[in-house]
Design a protein around this ligand. Structure first.
Ligand code: FMN
Ligand code: SF4
Length: 427
């Protein structure tokens, strides 16, 4: 079911204008939090809401905030707007079309955790998004929602918008912190986690854009209200980005727990004319493929994991029967081979090796032993052997495709051709 909590007004009015945003109830959460609530009360509402991180892992935001040590060091909030997962474009829409909602979420969340400095980190390619965010921050400062003594209170907050340089790995939270500090975007060894030693070695919360955009409605309506929306264990809404072979690709904000079928067949208009669904990569290139018999899976963190895949940041890539499973693997692996930061051997060497094997399969030079070789490489690279999850991401789809569409890989290896293409052409 569609529920426009974060996307309300997008495409209808210009929410980039602070006057328009305020005329629709914008910044009331800031007024309420700073005038009538303590930081602990705001954090308690977010805890009650059971707001789970929208950046991929679904970790409860309130719990993450509670890990910050109380030792007098400054605290920071870093907003993860790196959004580089192929297939995901929901953060971009929020940044470009509802920037004040993010600013409002950052103010309420920073107040709750006691941070006086926040960074909105945007992927390098979000040139326009960064300009829009900077304008929103300037408007909010002029209106008295940012800066010193916000709304006459004791609380002060400054926001800096920081653009990355276009690296997927900078979406990993510790690489993101390195990048803000001006270093190469390499993941840090954990522990210590950012809550203990994050930005400039101080206690830091890293949350996704969409996660923080949920906070104003939680402050306005209460955590219990939010917890009552959608799946009990994954409450709230999720903006699903859907692309590929559907009639109406785009972003759809759905109540958590909405069946995958409703998104694909109803909102996205179903598979393009004359074709049938082959598979869905529900969390972009780094997720295990799902098949048509899994269309009744509810779109929430736990149900998608139980179905053998993940909700992630809900960047769904839909493929019809004309799609070659081996080619999808090759495209994904080339991406990961390029984006690997090179710090660990299985990821640095393995992704390039897998890419080479897939390229020769696709190029008609496959060897009969290539399928077993790929299977063993999936095991050597994945399964938590690397410093950060990119190593696992790099072989998750491939592992699922080798299970679900093994015949296609075998045909490539033995027939030195894409049997799949031949089948589609002759149909
Ligand atoms: C390779 C890699 C890329 C990631 N990219 C993003 C990203 O673009 N945006 C994001 O919010 N989280 C991303 N994450 C997850 C972050 O490390 C982190 O868990 C998240 O920002 C926490 O926010 P949340 O709890 O609000 O979801 C990525 C993780 C990995 C390993
Ligand atoms: S898994 Fe890959 S991206 Fe992550 S730290 Fe290791 S080499 Fe870098």
């Amino acid at each position: 079911m569609i529920m426009r909590l974060l996307t309300d007004g997008i495409g209808e009015v210009d929410l980039r204008d602070i006057g328009v945003y305020r005329s629709r109830g914008g910044y009331q959460a800031v007024e309420k939090a700073l005038r009538r609530m303590t930081p602990q009360e705001v954090a308690a509402e977010v805890n009650t809401a059971n707001l789970r991180g929208r950046g991929g892992a679904g970790f409860p935001a309130g719990r993450k905030w509670s890990f910050l040590p109380n030792d007098g060091r400054p605290r920071y909030l870093c907003v993860n707007g790196d959004e580089s997962e192929p297939g995901s474009f929901n953060n971009r829409m929020l940044v470009e079309d509802n920037p004040h909602l993010l600013v409002e979420g950052v103010i309420c969340s920073s107040y709750a955790i006691g941070a006086n400095f926040a960074v909105i980190y945007l992927r390098g390619e979000f040139y326009e998004g960064a300009a829009i965010m900077n304008r929103a921050v300037a408007q909010a400062t002029e209106a008295g929602y940012l800066g010193e003594h916000i709304l006459g209170s004791d609380y002060s907050l400054h926001i800096v918008v920081h653009r990355g340089a276009g690296a997927y790995i900078c979406g990993e939270e510790s690489a993101l912190l390195e990048s803000i500090e001006g270093k190469r975007g390499h993941p840090r060894v954990k522990p210590p986690f950012p809550a203990v030693a994050g930005l400039y070695a101080s206690p830091t919360v890293v949350n996704n854009v969409e996660t923080l955009c949920c906070v104003p409605s939680i402050v306005n309506n209460g955590g219990a209200w939010f917890a009552g929306i959608g799946s009990p264990k994954s409450p709230g809404t999720k903006i699903c980005s859907i692309s590929g072979h559907v009639r109406r690709p785009g972003n759809y904000e759905l109540v958590m727990g909405t069946p995958l079928r409703e998104l694909v067949e109803e909102h996205a208009g179903g598979i393009r004319d004359g074709h049938r669904l082959k598979m869905i990569l529900p969390a972009g290139a780094s997720s295990a493929a799902m098949t048509p018999d899994q269309l009744d899976t509810p779109l929430d963190f736990d149900a998608m994991a139980a179905a053998g895949s993940m909700l992630g940041s809900a960047g769904l890539i839909v493929c019809d029967e004309t799609t070659c499973a081996v080619k999808v693997a090759l495209i994904g692996e080339s991406f990961y081979a390029h984006e690997s930061c090179g710090k660990c051997t299985p990821c640095r060497e393995g992704t390039k090796w897998v890419e080479k094997v897939l390229a020769r399969l696709e190029g008609g030079q496959g060897q009969p032993e290539d399928v077993d070789l790929l299977k063993s490489l999936v095991g050597e690279i994945g399964g938590g052997k690397c410093l950060c999850p990119l190593g696992d991401f790099a072989v998750t789809y491939l592992g699922s495709a080798l299970r679900l569409f093994e015949d296609e890989f075998i045909a490539h290896a033995h027939g030195h051709t894409c049997s799949h293409a031949a089948e589609v052409l002759s149909a």
